[in-house]
Design a protein around this ligand. Sequence first.
Ligand code: HEM
Length: 139
Amino acid sequence: MIYILVKLLHLFSVLIYGGFLFTDNLILMRMQKTLTKEKYAEVRGYFAKFTKVLVPKALVVAVITGLYLFHVNFGPISDDGLTNFQILLGIKAFLGSWLGLRGILQVFFGIQPFVFKGHKLPFILVILIVFLSQVMYSV
Ligand code: HEM
């Protein structure tokens, strides 16, 4: 029961984070083409103001619940080395933790990311993470 609750929390929190990236990359960016510079800056300002309340917290929840799911799912490493599942789950967890750490450092501690600054790469990584989360069980 606890596992299902944690997994649901994981799913809802990544839904919020992924939804934010989706809106930013596919909806807001398009507005840039039709709105004036001032209007676009105003819209972005509102978007940032209201998403800041929820999205960073959702990211923290995603990482904490993810660590728990990882702990339960990874399993022991056999003498033959890592299984394909463990390798893909490891990559997924690494990418998820990287995104999480990057977002948390930026929002809560004001440390700007040095590897990628915009929201395009996080968006691509989230798509990759969701893809990995689905194929890791069938490889
Ligand atoms: C923003 C980052 C993340 C996204 C978008 C994400 C997304 C997802 C999705 C979509 C699932 C699939 C659940 C299902 O099909 O039932 C999942 C499962 C899982 N995630 Fe994440 N995740 C993220 C971060 C993390 C982190 C940081 C970890 C571990 C450190 C993690 C560990 C897991 C594990 C172990 C599962 C498998 C749970 C199961 O199948 O029972 N995730 N994740």
